[in-house]
Design a protein around this ligand. Structure first.
Ligand SMILES: *Cc1c(COP(=O)(O)O)cnc(C)c1O
Length: 432
């Protein structure tokens, strides 16, 4: 466990949270390297080593910084990027281009040009105009790229509507309609500018049941067989996406093998039936790598007790550093980190400082009686889609990120200054 309580104080990966708050100020994002690495190592055992021809591509949109890419590089994983900005960050971190895979439903021509220039490992085509765009760019540059098709398997995963991505009515993926899919695949197989490898699907996020993955895979494997029948072409790579659920409050986290093993068994059966060797298998976990490795630290300020209604406890951050509760009613748990062993009996609502009534981080959170301004509040499992989705709403600066490991701490993202926030502002001459 990377969290423990010593002398009434919450520790995270060996670091005293009160001292972290003193040293780096709040609000603060804290990331546990030990926790991140333990996820990669688990995947290495139960997927990469166990199956051989298998890769993990960390979906870096969940948490994307230079230091995170360095950890991925050291741990030997691939990464998935979904924008020119993430691609740029990875390249700046010195991440090997051939281990980068590029997803996204509207990759800009300039982003594809960068990807081709850097020589990235894979482009996952996600749209009917994209192949032509890639071909044009590759023709100009005299290069060839490896591609997969992201398809929409048409299964509905059980999660929040905003993070369900595999159903037919989705902006993601190529529909599997007969008259759309096969002509597209045929074009890719015959193209002289791309190396077509296979298919990709990603059914959604924060899933605890493997049925959506398995249903999607069944559909994908039927198409793999049909591609062989029609074109004599065997897909040599299948990308199974991410979406593995994590613990925010009382969820029961499933081991990766719960998703991976039955999927690999299905792939094995299908390829044996075709009389073909196993394809490369890729997964793209994002949330499950970094969510539980993150903790947000805040200082408690104003407390408003509306008798018989609700008690609001305000902290010095909010929806600007964690939009998930406001965006999709995400649930979190937290503790008063400097009173971590005091009995909790006061039911309060933890809210942010932004000018939005919806700026609430935790409803009905139990904290110790007598919690007061100046106390430190820690929210757990904030590592995924927290810093990554931060905004400057109300011109609040984006907090610093600290990487902790075995009692050591290092700043990996500096706290934004007010000057940083207005850095790109300009005043036209006539207003001066
Ligand atoms: C977001 C995303 C992932 C990662 O999803 P998680 O739920 O964070 O594991 C993987 N693949 C693609 C294409 C994605 O868009």
């Amino acid at each position: 466990m990377v969290q423990e309580i010593k002398n009434g104080v919450l520790y995270f990966d060996g670091c005293n949270t009160v001292e972290l708050a003193k040293k780096y100020k709040t609000p603060l994002y804290v990331m546990s390297e030990t926790d991140i690495v333990s996820r990669f190592r688990e995947l290495n055992e139960c997927f990469v080593k166990k199956y051989g021809n298998a890769r993990v591509a960390y979906a870096s949109k969940a948490f994307c910084t230079l230091a995170m890419y360095k950890i991925c590089e050291r741990e030997g994983t691939c990464i998935d990027v979904v924008s020119g900005g993430e691609l740029y960050t990875a390249i700046k971190a010195g991440f090997p281009a051939e281990r980068i895979e590029f997803n996204g439903n509207n990759k800009l021509p300039s982003e594809i040009e960068d990807a081709v220039d850097y020589g990235i490992g894979r482009i996952i085509i996600d749209g009917l105009q994209e192949l032509s765009l890639i071909e044009k760019i590759c023709a100009q540059k005299g290069k060839k790229v490896k591609v997969l098709y992201r398809v929409t398997p048409g299964v509905a995963a059980d999660s929040h509507d905003y993070i369900v991505t595999g159903k037919k009515d989705s902006k993601f993926g190529i529909p599997l309609d007969e008259d759309v899919f096969y002509p597209e695949v045929e074009r890719a197989i015959k193209s002289e500018y791309v190396d077509f490898l296979g298919l990709h699907f990603h059914v959604g996020s924060q899933l605890f049941d493997n049925s959506a993955h398995l249903q999607a895979l069944d559909i994908i494997l039927e198409h793999v067989k049909e591609i062989k029948r029609r074109f004599g072409f065997v897909c040599t790579e299948l990308n199974l996406g991410g979406g593995f659920g994590v613990k925010y409050t009382n969820e029961e986290r499933k081991p990766y093998s719960y998703f991976i093993d039955p999927m690999m068994a299905k792939i094995k059966a299908a390829y044996e039936e075709m009389g073909e060797p196993m394809p490369a298998a890729v997964i793209e976990p994002g949330r499950s790598i970094v969510a539980e490795a993150g903790m947000n630290l805040y200082t408690i300020g104003s407390i408003k007790d509306i008798k018989g209604v609700r008690k609001y406890v305000s902290i010095d951050g909010g929806m600007t550093d964690n939009i998930r509760p406001a965006l999709y009613s995400a649930k979190y748990e937290g503790v008063v980190a400097n009173k971590a062993d005091v009995k909790v009996s006061d039911k309060v609502t933890i809210c942010g400082k932004c000018c939005e009534s919806g700026d609430i981080l935790i409803r009905d959170c139990l904290i110790p009686e007598g919690t007061e301004a100046g106390d430190l509040f820690a929210i757990f499992s904030t590592g995924a889609y927290g810093y990554a989705m931060a905004s400057n709403y109300n011109n609040n600066p984006i907090p610093a990120v600290v990487l902790v490991k075995d009692g050591e701490s290092n700043l990996i993202v500096k706290h934004q200054s007010y000057e940083d926030i207005i850095h790109n502002n300009l005043i036209p001459d006539y207003l001066k």
